[in-house]
Design a protein around this ligand. Sequence first.
Ligand SMILES: CCCCCCC/C=C/C(=O)SCCNC(=O)CCNC(=O)[C@H](O)C(C)(C)COP(=O)(O)OP(=O)(O)OC[C@H]1O[C@@H](n2cnc3c(N)ncnc32)[C@H](O)[C@@H]1OP(=O)(O)O
Ligand SMILES: Cc1cc2nc3c(=O)[nH]c(=O)nc-3n(C[C@H](O)[C@H](O)[C@H](O)COP(=O)(O)OP(=O)(O)OC[C@H]3O[C@@H](n4cnc5c(N)ncnc54)[C@H](O)[C@@H]3O)c2cc1C
Length: 667
Amino acid sequence: MQDGNGLDHLAGERAMAQFDLQAMKVYLAGGQREYEISTKMAQLVANDPVFSKEDRVRLARKDLYKNSLRKAGHAWKTILEKGLSEVEGLKLRHFVDEPTYTDLHWGMFIPAIKGQGTEEQQHKWLPLAYKMAIIGCYAQTELGHGSNVQGLETTATFDPTTDEFIMHSPTVTSTKWWPGGLGKASTHALVYARLITDKKDHGIHAFIAPIRSLEDHTPLPNVTVGDIGVKFGNGGYNTMDNGFLRFDHVRIPRENMLMRLATVTKDGKYVRSNKPRQLGYGAMVFVRQGIVIDASIYLSRAVTIAVRYSAVRRQFGNKDEPGELQVIQYRTQQSRLFPLLATAYAYRAVGFWMKSLYADVMKRLNDNDFSTLPEVHACTAGLKSITTSVTADGIEECRKLCGGHGFLCASGLPELYAAYVPACTYEGDNTILLLQVARFLLKTLSQVSKVRPVGTAAYLGNIKQLSTQNCKVSQGHDWLNTSVLLEAFEARSARQAAAVALRLAKGSGSEAEFQENTPELVESARAHCQLILVSKFIEQLQTGTPEGIRKQLEVLCYTYAFSQLIDNAGDFLATGYVTGNQIALAKEELKHMFDKIRPNAVALVDAFDHTDDYLGSALGRYDGDVYTHLYKGAFKESLNDTVVVDGYEEYLKPVLTQNLWAPHSKL
Ligand SMILES: CCCCCCC/C=C/C(=O)SCCNC(=O)CCNC(=O)[C@H](O)C(C)(C)COP(=O)(O)OP(=O)(O)OC[C@H]1O[C@@H](n2cnc3c(N)ncnc32)[C@H](O)[C@@H]1OP(=O)(O)O
Ligand SMILES: Cc1cc2nc3c(=O)[nH]c(=O)nc-3n(C[C@H](O)[C@H](O)[C@H](O)COP(=O)(O)OP(=O)(O)OC[C@H]3O[C@@H](n4cnc5c(N)ncnc54)[C@H](O)[C@@H]3O)c2cc1C
């Protein structure tokens, strides 16, 4: 997807590549068909001036939001006019690359109706939603509670005399707060509220509440709704209208309660289905599984910018070589950059696996098999947490790897960070989600003698062996064995989980003791997730990777695993499974991996296939013509619209000629 100006400053780098670039592009896209769709949609967006991102960071909020409405509308028009398929439409919106209300409409509102609505309700609402005759958002979080879903305060009280629910926000803290698309765009909200029938509170259920007129978009009577305000960073997530919403005894028909998991009859009887109530959290599971691939995409963007720029940028030199050195030659640059490159590849592989895990659980749920739900919840929650935290930190690291120029918006990195960093909070605060994983591990361990753990927790079935045998690595190349690596990650995770489980088992079982141990619980959850990431990367590699790219993927896989081992050396050492010497051997092996990545680095980021338009970065341009474009870019700065700055007469001139202010000053 080359779209430079023809002069390739990185041609020398590209000539060094030792793998089949095209095969890698197809692999990273998820297959030939996906690759073709991505290429087509990326070009479609890049060539359409309405989708331009050029001035985004300079726009004031109102203009920014209006522009994002224009783009979302234009995207929908393009989808309809060109008759794009659902997958193509999704890709098109992806390349428009701007958080907007349609993310929540397609990403949460529709999936929640599919998951929690009866067939009849799906027939009623989905056709309207699919043609965007209504726009929906996902209104769960309130001012007072986000993580603690059971603590939500909005009420939906059934009135059998009119066959309606009365939606009400009884306190300030019950105000819905944060839902994307709610602030200005949505006509309907999927509201999570406490269901009350005959004065009895049945806990949190989902309701479809109309909030704006379909005639003129004004809020419906007794609905107070608006945008919550400007968020972190320029551009970034400010294209989204995160909103607030209050109901003052607003009536909605009884049929607007999503009734797949529980029903309220006309006479006010509450009937639960035999399905687990956690299915009500299904839309969150759906979004969390997709977040892993998204993390790979965001990280790969930052890494593409940092790798290309590091190959262009030269500083200092040595007496052995003429000229200055490319900064990518420095070991420290490699040791910060190449693990992130490997991580982006790892998350792509694991993201593909997550999709199959999700497809599997959906199939099972349709057959009323709920057995894998806890494991899928733990996986989606845990990997969402780890991958978003690492990606957000990784984008910031890439900014620093680009030195001063990384701090300019022209690098594309500040905006990328601002748009991405809320992923650590939305769809579940990352610590809260790790605590969910920890609870799953504790439960699995407590039942291990009776129930053999399966799937990603299967290794806990070997807890005795993993707790007693230590690492056998005696030379560096002993590490170059995926079974050896896997066992190290399994042993570390099993031992960390067992240690905290034992400590809790020895105690009284009080909540206070649990709280006291939460730092260790979070560490053990992180260890479990890191094991899943390493093991699934290995597994994906070993199943049908084309010959022309396998070797490079192996190098990236070892790079990823070794860097995880080294970054978490404290944990590995504390469990007693590895020695300091074995860690030192892994460090040496990691450097060998860097040597193997180095000649391929630029081609490995080319394989992500990001267009210049999508990257939006002078530093990450395909042609490497960084300096010309940084310089040209400065002339687009609005401060340079006039040679003498606006404000000179009022504020600069008096400073320069102080006597205008204080003619008798002695200074
Ligand atoms: C493409 C779309 C773009 C998206 C843009 C992003 C926009 C952002 C949207 C949002 O942020 S939407 C709001 C997201 N909110 C959250 O994620 C809230 C986080 N909180 C929770 O998920 C839960 O409340 C909790 C903290 C996990 C649970 O707390 P609690 O202990 O009170 O749980 P209970 O409700 O009592 O349930 C406990 C029981 O249920 C299991 N469980 C919890 N979550 C799930 C789940 N999602 N799926 C399946 N099972 C779940 C949990 O493990 C417990 O099991 P047991 O221990 O009882 O076996
Ligand atoms: C950009 C953005 C978009 C969003 N979009 C939506 C949306 O579309 N719809 C929607 O419903 N919501 C949305 N949200 C809300 C989001 O889901 C919540 O903010 C998120 O789930 C975190 O909840 P909280 O804000 O209550 O954090 P809190 O739970 O208040 O967290 C604050 C701190 O307390 C810690 N903490 C809390 N409880 C515990 C505990 N038990 N143990 C240890 N530590 C704890 C957390 O780790 C965190 O450090 C969005 C949020 C953002 C930022």
